[in-house]
Design a protein. Structure first.
Length: 421
């Protein structure tokens, strides 16, 4: 058997076995290609602040959080995002999926306004990553999508070889790069499969290879080693960053307010465009304005003044640093941010890390993460990733159709017209 036949059968088997899952990942990938922009458009009215209020005095962070808790008793904010644009409201998030917009001058909460859009994007993301599985089933879903993503990489790479003309000529070039009109059945599917494949395959190789780095720890570690860096140990912080230890404060020392910490960050990042203050309450730690006490072995939460010791440190535990993420104007790469780690009691910057401060392994890993969604290259990159995902869906459809005709209708009964299918 020739090498070309071996590659053909590998291509065919991988497509048939993983085709349905690849189709799901391709369709959902195209649906979430412009997720952030779609949500921003849907929530346009909720995100805007009236121009007449632009010169009003801004509420402090702690006052904003108090307004949110007053409007939503029992709410546990996990982060606050501020925008330099005075026409944009402050976003207060609750975990990964829920948030409200707050007028930074009045503390008035805006209706989210795009619950349906957010739910749709969340469903698409769940299917893209875990085939819609919940809870413990997500591990199984991730294993399946990871394996099928690997199969998709094999399909894209083998497809480039199979579609490449054996002999170059004007006609052979047209056959693989241009759609032909007037075709039906097998001839049409063959033309579409070749043309879509030759145009989309290079992008699909990038999308699937970067997807492997996201799916598998060994692939991520391989990128670090290839870049000459040491892979992060298990349990390291986001992006492989090591946890910063906060010096133990003197007894009865009270932490600074969130507003005071925000002022510190702004002094170090004068060109800020967006600042996200992580509160940490989504992990079960008390948010500012709350203190947790133990009674009879149980944990209870009571209100305390903003800036109280319980706001940053659970009694008897190691004090935790406050993390602030800053996106600066004209940053490059487009996804680059600056991470500040602050001592909550003194406001000292314990660590400042920009993209340039990262080792080559982390920088390479970040590029692959955002190349997977196209965001590394902005709107143009997202459009290319989205179109390639749609192309992947068409490749699955035409590939399965060609396989069906090749083996099920290989010898159709006379007069059935199956040869045109």
């Amino acid at each position: 058997m020739s090498i070309r036949k071996i590659i053909f059968w590998l291509h065919l088997v991988a497509g048939v076995v993983a085709g349905v899952v690849i189709l799901i990942m391709s369709v959902t990938g195209a649906a979430i290609a412009f997720e952030k922009q779609t949500i921003a458009m849907a929530e346009g009215s909720a995100r805007r602040v009236a121009p007449s209020a632009m010169n009003a005095t801004l509420l402090t962070v702690d006052e904003l959080l108090a307004k949110v808790r007053e409007a939503q008793p029992g709410a546990r904010p996990s982060g606050v995002t501020f925008y330099a644009d005075p026409l944009l409201a402050t976003a207060v998030s609750f975990g990964r999926t829920n948030l409200v917009y707050v007028n930074p001058q009045t503390g008035e909460l805006s209706a989210q306004g795009a619950a349906g859009t957010r739910k749709f994007m969340r469903v698409m993301t769940d299917w893209h990553r875990w085939l819609g599985r919940e809870g413990d089933g997500r591990a199984v879903g991730k294993a399946i999508t990871g394996a099928c993503n690997t199969a998709f990489l094999v399909l894209a790479m083998s497809g480039i070889y199979l579609w490449w003309p054996r002999r170059w000529s004007v006609e052979s070039l047209k056959a693989i790069s241009l759609f032909r009109g007037g075709l039906r059945g097998k001839a049409r599917d063959w033309n579409w499969h070749n043309v879509i494949g030759i145009w989309c395959a290079p992008v699909l190789v990038v999308l699937t290879a970067s997807g492997m780095v996201i799916s598998y720890r060994w692939a991520s570690d391989l990128i670090y080693r290839a870049a000459g860096s040491t892979p992060p140990p298990p349990g390291a912080g986001p992006g492989g960053a090591a946890t910063v230890t906060v010096p133990t404060p003197a007894p009865r020392t009270k932490p600074l307010s969130y507003e005071q910490l925000l002022v510190v960050v702004k002094k170090h990042a004068s060109q800020w465009e967006q600042i996200t203050l992580r509160l940490g309450s989504s992990e079960g730690r008390p948010a500012s304005g709350e203190t947790r006490e133990r009674r009879g072995g149980e944990s209870s939460t009571t209100n305390a003044p903003a800036g109280s010791e319980g706001g940053r440190r659970e009694r008897g535990s190691q004090p935790q640093a406050v993390t602030v993420s800053v996106k600066e104007r004209n940053a490059w790469p487009l996804f680059a941010t600056v991470q500040f780690t602050l001592d909550p009691y003194t406001g000292e910057v314990l660590k400042r890390e920009s993209y340039a401060d990262q080792d080559r392994g982390r920088r390479a890993r970040s590029w692959l993460r955002f190349l997977h969604t196209g965001e590394a290259l902005g709107i143009a990159g997202q459009a290319i990733a989205g179109l390639a995902s749609l192309g992947g869906a068409m490749l699955v459809w035409t590939g399965l159709s060609l396989s069906w005709r090749r083996y099920v209708f290989k010898n159709p009964p006379a007069g059935t017209g199956a040869s045109d299918r």
